[in-house]
Ligand binder design. Structure first.
Ligand SMILES: Cc1ncc(COP(=O)(O)O)c(C=O)c1O
Length: 406
């Protein structure tokens, strides 16, 4: 074997892709922890409570009764019926079973949809700040991410004028994620309508509505999703959701999408040649999550709201930081513009949000994620899906970090 052939060379399609920066920061924080440093990690995008008992028991029953074989490739009929019921109950949307696709996580639903629909050079509009994986998945699938910076003044929401300006003949998809990771911003029906009006004028643009944080919405706000408020978009919208966030099931891996039959069928082809089907045991658990008692969802949401209120108030007292009140999800997205240009006690100049986050981790042992990772600087994201005690300690440290700047 020549040295050339022995050297691994990644395929062109993955050269621009990175392992998520969030995972990198989390790994770094965990390495510091292993070295004995008392690091608080506010990076993870997952609830800190356990999967409810009734859901775990449904999985155990499935194992005991031998529900351990391949299922229909994009979800068993019972699983799809549970998704159908969820859309009727929560969103007043009616989907036939062949308009529903079930995968190993919402992430795989998104991946399947783009793999099934993007040709090289097709554009995908990503209102920024956006979940980092969107841009990477678009690129793996040969598309071109088109980030559009959404200002804090407009609540980190895309405006109709921005959408109109971003659409080109190559635009294939618009991604909407409400409530949003990382900003926590949510769109009301009235705020979505002007975007829908623009989309009605551009029939080549499809909509991917990522509703994964649907049930983590505060202050009594009503959840809105594009198809429910503009039925004329139904023939070109994929509504994505999953059990990871609402039922604390991140490790089980189950997400679903509902949309036009032709797209769902093409996504099934992609899935058939990758993972074959979602886990049969996870499907049993997810059926229980979607059709069993729902009280836990509102209880957890109330817990998250108390944590949001604490973190936002604390951030807004810190010199150089300010934070808009997010409507949902479990993240704050605070501006650190007011600390840039300052120096740490060690003499380092903070020039970017990444510098600020590095300083917080190295000198004050709090791991958070810079806004630049999500396509909008200078901000930083805190995931407050952790205990109140940890949040109090973390906020004390971040406040001390801000006060120590010169
Ligand atoms: C906006 C958004 N969409 C989708 C996902 C993926 O969810 P799942 O665990 O179902 O793949 C996440 C996870 O962090 C997310 O933040």
């Amino acid at each position: 074997m020549t040295p050339d052939t022995a050297v691994f060379s990644p395929a062109q399609r993955v050269r621009a892709i990175h392992v998520s920066e969030i995972l990198r920061i989390t790994d770094q924080a965990n390495a510091l922890k292993r070295a004995g440093r008392p690091v608080i990690v506010l990076g993870a995008g997952e609830p800190d409570f356990d999967t409810p008992h009734n859901i775990r028991e449904a999985a155990m029953r499935a194992i005991e009764k031998g529900d351990t074989r391949y299922t229909v490739l994009d979800g068993s009929p019972a699983m799809k019926a549970a998704v159908q019921l969820k859309f009727r109950r929560d969103n007043a949307l009616d989907f036939a079973l062949d308009e529903i696709s079930v995968s190993a996580g919402a992430k795989q639903v998104i991946f399947n949809a783009l793999m099934a629909s993007l040709d090289p050079g097709d554009e995908v509009i990503l209102p920024a700040p956006y979940w980092t994986s969107y841009a990477d998945i678009v690129q793996i699938c040969g598309g071109v991410p088109v980030p559009v910076a959404c200002s804090e003044e407009n609540g980190f929401r895309l405006t109709a004028a921005q959408l109109e300006a971003a659409i080109t003949p190559r635009t294939r998809w618009l991604f909407l994620n409400s409530p949003s990771n990382p900003s926590g911003a949510a769109y009301s029906a009235a705020q979505l309508q002007p975007l829908c009006d623009v989309l009605l004028r551009h029939p080549q643009v499809w909509v991917l509505a990522d509703d994964i944080y649907e049930h983590i919405l505060y202050d009594g706000l009503a959840f809105a999703t594009p198809v429910a408020i503009e039925p004329r978009l139904r023939e070109r919208t994929l509504t994505v959701n999953g059990v990871s966030k609402a039922y604390a099931m991140t490790g089980w891996r189950l997400g679903y999408g509902a949309g036009p039959r032709a797209l769902i069928a093409a996504m099934a082809v992609v899935q058939s040649q990758s993972t074959s089907c979602p886990s049969s045991i996870t499907q049993a658990a997810a059926i229980e999550a979607l059709t069993g008692p729902q009280e836990i969802v509102a209880e957890r949401c109330a817990d998250f709201q108390a944590r949001r209120d604490f973190v936002v108030a604390a951030l807004n007292r810190m010199p150089g930081l300010h934070c808009r009140v997010p409507e949902g999800a479990f993240y704050t997205f605070a501006s650190c513009a007011g600390v840039l240009g300052k120096r740490t006690r060690g003499g380092a100049l903070l020039q970017t949000d990444s510098d600020f986050c590095r300083y917080l981790l190295q000198d004050f042992e709090v791991a958070v994620v810079p806004g630049s990772v999500f396509g909008l600087a200078p901000y930083f994201r805190i995931s407050y899906a952790t205990s109140m005690a940890q949040l109090e300690e973390a906020c004390t440290r971040i406040a001390a970090a801000c006060e120590a700047l010169e």
